[in-house]
Ligand binder design. Structure first.
Ligand SMILES: [Zn+2]
Length: 127
């Protein structure tokens, strides 16, 4: 009889893969992690869109000021008059909001997305 075989009995492989509990736990953990990452990415995108919208509103107000200086006492009647003062044309809200008071020289332009929120600078002109 071989001496080595007797000294080291063959190893038994007791590992039979993941059971049902481990598999369900892994699926639940990956679902939780995925939802947290997706929520963070969505908030970051929303914040970036709100910032871009604020910049757009500032550009529109600057164009309205320039129009008023060039044409004192004359009201804006269409958007092409305002677009002439904007290098890339009339901007639009990246979140799909609508700009109100665009042609009103006495009121500031507002975005329809930022009207009903309490967040600072959210689709609104920076103070
Ligand atoms: Zn907006």
């Amino acid at each position: 009889m071989d001496r080595r075989t007797r000294m080291c009995p063959p190893k038994r492989n007791n590992f039979s893969g993941w059971g049902l509990f481990e598999t369900l736990l892994a699926i639940a953990l990956s679902a939780i992690i995925t939802s947290v990452v997706a929520m963070g990415a969505r908030q970051a995108l929303d914040s970036a869109n709100a910032h871009d919208c604020s910049k757009n509103l500032g550009l529109i107000e600057a164009a309205k000021d320039e129009f008023t200086r060039d044409n004192p006492g004359i009201p804006l009647v269409n958007e092409s008059q305002l677009a002439a003062y904007l290098k890339y044309g009339l901007p639009s809200c990246p979140s799909g909001g609508r700009y109100d008071h665009l042609l009103d020289l006495t009121q500031k332009t507002t975005c329809s997305v930022g009207l009903n929120t309490n967040k600072a600078n959210y689709h609104a002109l920076a103070p």
